[in-house]
Design a binder for this molecule. Structure first.
Ligand SMILES: [Zn+2]
Length: 400
């Protein structure tokens, strides 16, 4: 019997609906498997972290066990306390309270303990122990971790001209008070007569073009106990920091980068003594004899110029470099280099051009000038990647 067109149409519709439903179910299943295989961002970060730790520092926890146990009485091992302190920063919780709240979540605690095979202590306990732990106990740990990276040549590809490890030196305030806090406080009285008390550190950080900033040495800028003539300052602390750096990394070829505070005789002497290179920010008029020589020589050396143009989408960046070698300053041979950058079309609110001037003890040529200028400029990374990250991007270096 011939089926009516109505029945045929209904059958066709049913078949179509069945196929659609099957396809949808298939897709749902595919998505489910993909989701199960693809971890969340947090899981991926943790996985990479564990992988990195195991690859580079397989004995990390063992090394921490070597840190002398200075606790008086605590249920937790020092390794557990130190790991919690590190994870407070790795998880970017922003405060000890925030991690304590996470700790109260059963799921978080279970995962943490399963992952690290260590318990997660209350962060106030961690704080108490760290306050008592002398920094001389932790410094060797930091040193041994960096040494591992250097021995495994992980950072070698970032060297300047295949030779120099770039180390940025910079000071930052870590605590500030309106009342005297201790006898080592630095104090400053403003023009309004208000005195503030603060603590600063001077840090030497190995920096890379990829954005890493790895702390090599730290020196407190702090006044001595009792009477003193002049307060401690960044330049005095630099002498101590440099000695520390040289003692810990005697054969490391270091190129120091630092801001406009550092072009002075003592700094040049120090670098010569230790065999280090340097690239310093140079402000016009600073070191008057050098500045005068630069102004006199520039019109005579028009050939020492290089121009570069790079495109990034619709924006063009023009960079013009100029340089001078063999400038004498107190028995040191310095080189001066300038980079002027113009971005077209000009971005709203930006100056028409930016200018970067540096002093170095390396020889500047048409080939090296771009790299030298770039290295001098990425010193700001120590502020952005280092201190800024520690203080603001969830690490909360300054608060509880
Ligand atoms: Zn103090």
């Amino acid at each position: 019997m011939k089926k009516s067109p109505l029945v045929l149409r209904q059958r066709r519709q049913h078949r179509k609906a069945r196929h659609t439903a099957q396809r949808q179910a298939q897709r749902r299943a595919q998505r489910r498997t993909a989701a199960a295989a693809e971890p969340s961002r947090g899981q991926a970060v943790l996985y990479e972290l564990c992988k990195t730790i195991h690859h580079f520092f397989p004995d990390l926890l063992e090394r921490r066990r070597q840190v002398e146990d200075c606790r008086q009485k605590s249920d937790y091992t020092l390794v557990e306390l130190l790991l919690a302190a590190i994870m407070l920063f790795v998880f970017q919780q922003g405060s000890r309270n925030a991690l304590n709240n996470k700790r109260a979540e059963k799921k978080f605690k279970t995962h943490y303990e399963r992952l690290f095979k260590l318990r997660l202590p209350h962060l106030d306990t961690v704080h108490r122990v760290l306050c008592r732990l002398p920094d001389t106990e932790l410094e060797p740990l930091k040193h041994s971790l960096v040494k591992t990276l250097l021995e495994k040549k992980v950072l070698h590809k970032y060297r300047l001209f295949g030779r120099w490890f770039v180390v940025a030196v910079d000071a930052t305030g870590v605590m500030s008070f309106s009342e005297p806090h201790c006898e080592h406080c630095l104090h400053r009285t403003s023009t309004t007569g208000k005195t503030t008390y603060q603590h600063q550190v001077l840090e030497a950080k190995l920096i890379t073009a990829s954005g890493l900033a790895i702390s090599l040495a730290t020196e407190w800028i702090a006044n001595p106990a009792g009477e003193y003539d002049k307060q401690d300052c960044e330049r005095k602390a630099l002498v101590r920091l440099a000695a520390q750096l040289k003692q810990q990394y005697p054969r490391l070829p270091i190129c120091l980068t630092a801001d406009g505070l550092y072009p002075y005789q003592g700094f040049f002497d120090l670098c010569r003594q230790y065999g280090w290179a340097f690239i310093l920010t140079f402000q016009d008029g600073n070191l008057p004899t050098v500045w005068e020589e630069v102004q006199g020589l520039l019109p005579l050396t028009p050939a020492q110029r290089r121009h570069e143009r790079r495109y990034h989408g619709a924006t063009a960046t023009d960079q013009t470099f100029r340089w001078l070698n063999h400038l004498d300053y107190g028995g040191h041979t310095l080189a001066w280099l300038e980079g002027v950058e113009v971005v077209t079309p000009q971005k709203k609110g930006r100056p028409p051009h930016s200018r970067f001037v540096h002093l170095t003890n390396l020889t500047v040529t048409a080939i090296t000038v771009v790299e030298l200028s770039r290295t001098g400029r990425f010193r700001w990374k120590i502020e952005n990647e280092g201190f800024n990250t520690q203080k603001h991007l969830g690490y909360g270096l300054e608060h509880k």
